[in-house]
Design a protein around this ligand. Structure first.
Ligand SMILES: Nc1nc2c(ncn2[C@@H]2O[C@H](COP(=O)(O)OP(=O)(O)OP(=O)(O)O)[C@@H](O)[C@H]2O)c(=O)[nH]1
Ligand SMILES: [Mg+2]
Length: 443
């Protein structure tokens, strides 16, 4: 699925330092993975960080689906710059309350991590602060959970002042409940300047106060930035606003570039886009504003959604959503669900929507990969042949309430149809808004 980076040497030693979190306390955007050295140079191949993945699915989850979730986690890890060398899976009714995995599995992971000098262990779920502590103490390597991994990728991608402030807020909110004894070294790193504590207070309480102050500051800063962007949005006038939404890596930015002839960063990595971009597009004399937005992913931490409120306003305030789906992905149906549920969470579910099934060039019905059928899932029958593209189109056209179109943004297939569909919908919305005006006057 992912373009795997070439295997490189591994990083010696096994630091337990959470680079992302501690850097955060020092006041700059952090990284899970060290990127630049102190002198500003970048690590060479022998600094490649290696990661071990751990998943604890429930007993009914089909094996193929478990593997697919781990593929996604591996893709995330690679996007964050780590090379995955091993996956551990333990099927449990529920994760162990103390160490997430059971004792035996933990010993197995520890032996592997020590033997191979792995740099970190990544869990496909969020860990409670105490699980994180226990695992760190037991395994003696960096422990990364799903939230921290995603926040780290966002930190790498965020460019605008708003996105950076949002990421920093998410980092501190992640850090706050995890400030315990293990974090006391933060105080030393911070130097003497901030350590004016009242008598009887512990170092941790000071750390907490510093983090809380920073959270309050960032919230204020985001409020100011929000006001500015609200003014900007008002200045855009009454044009119809269209937002591209969808799971990460489905081709939103590629479609944005096609439609607006702009140059938005698109690549085969998760969360290539974290900042939203807005462009004025004119198709067949119909003008509208098109925005490219951050992709969604399963188990997107709610905190992260909250901190990305400003970015998500672009979706919330849109008149029309263009929901892009990667039909070549074996789990595209689950991805549709994830996107629809996230839209509900941010109060944007009731908007008119066009469904764009992208990457038809890569779709193959001969694939016997696991095909998630949630209505009648049979755990004993993981591999289900897929429908042909024509069958798929017929099924979805009949099933969906929203208009549906099948395209390949890369191969430019059906792009004229996509344009025509958009023009029709935008013109209708424009006419509803300005019943007596022609749309080209409404600008
Ligand atoms: N085969 C194929 N690949 C495509 C198509 N459209 C986009 N891609 C590729 O899919 C990858 C992701 O594309 P992006 O446009 O960055 O996707 P995105 O939805 O903006 O992703 P995020 O910003 O990460 O959420 C890139 O490598 C694109 O070249 C398509 O129609 N067919
Ligand atoms: Mg993008």
């Amino acid at each position: 699925m992912a373009n795997k980076p070439a295997s490189k040497g591994r990083k010696p030693g096994n630091s337990t330092r959470h680079v992302g979190a501690t850097d955060g306390v020092k006041g700059r955007a952090g990284r899970i993975l060290a990127k630049a050295n102190d002198n500003g140079t970048y690590d060479t191949a022998n600094e490649q960080e290696t990661a071990v993945l751990v998943a604890v699915p429930d007993k009914r989850q089909p094996e193929a689906q478990t593997n697919e979730y781990l593929d996604e986690l591996e893709f995330l890890a690679e996007t964050a710059g780590a090379e995955v060398t091993k996956r551990f899976v333990q099927r449990l009714d529920r994760p162990d309350i103390r160490t997430f995995v059971g004792e035996g599995k933990l010993a197995e992971i520890k032996a592997y991590v020590q033997h191979t000098k792995s740099s970190m262990v990544i869990f496909d779920d969020d860990l409670s602060p105490s699980q994180l502590r226990n695992l760190e103490a037991e395994l003696q390597v960096k422990i990364v959970d799903r939230s921290l991994l995603i926040i780290d990728i966002f930190a790498r991608r965020a460019k605008s002042a708003t996105a950076r402030a949002q990421v920093e807020l998410a980092q501190y909110q992640y850090l706050l409940p995890r400030l315990t004894g293990l974090w006391s070294h933060l105080d030393k790193q911070r130097g003497g300047g901030v350590s004016q504590r009242g008598p009887g207070e512990t170092e941790i309480e000071t750390d907490r106060r510093v983090v809380r102050d920073r959270i309050a500051f960032l919230k204020e800063k985001l409020k100011d930035l929000d006001k500015q962007s609200f003014t900007q949005r008002k200045a855009r006038g009454g044009m119809v606003r269209v937002a591209l939404v969808g799971y990460t890596n489905v081709g939103k930015s590629t479609i944005m570039n096609l439609l607006s002839r702009s140059d938005v960063f698109a690549e085969n990595k998760l969360f290539a886009t974290v900042d939203s971009t807005v462009r004025k597009v004119v198709l067949d004399t119909v003008p509208f504003l098109l925005s490219d937005t951050v992709g969604f992913i399963r188990k997107l931490p709610t905190r992260l959604i909250e901190s990305f409120k400003s970015t998500l306003d672009e979706i919330r305030e849109a008149d029309l959503l263009v929901h892009v789906v990667d039909i070549s992905h074996p789990s595209f149906e689950e991805q549709i669900e994830v996107v629809n549920n996230t839209l509900k969470e941010i109060d944007a579910a009731d908007k008119p929507m066009l469904l764009v099934f992208n990457k038809i060039d890569q779709y193959s019905h001969e694939s016997t990969e696991y095909h998630a059928d949630f209505e009648g899932m049979n755990p004993d029958e993981d591999a289900v042949p897929r429908l042909t593209l024509e069958q798929m189109q017929a099924t979805y056209m009949a099933k969906m309430h929203d208009p549906v179109i099948f395209i390949s943004a890369q191969e430019r297939q059906n792009i004229d149809e996509l344009r025509a569909l958009l023009v029709r919908h935008v013109a209708t919305l424009q006419a509803q808004r300005y019943p007596t005006q022609a749309y080209d006057e409404a600008e």
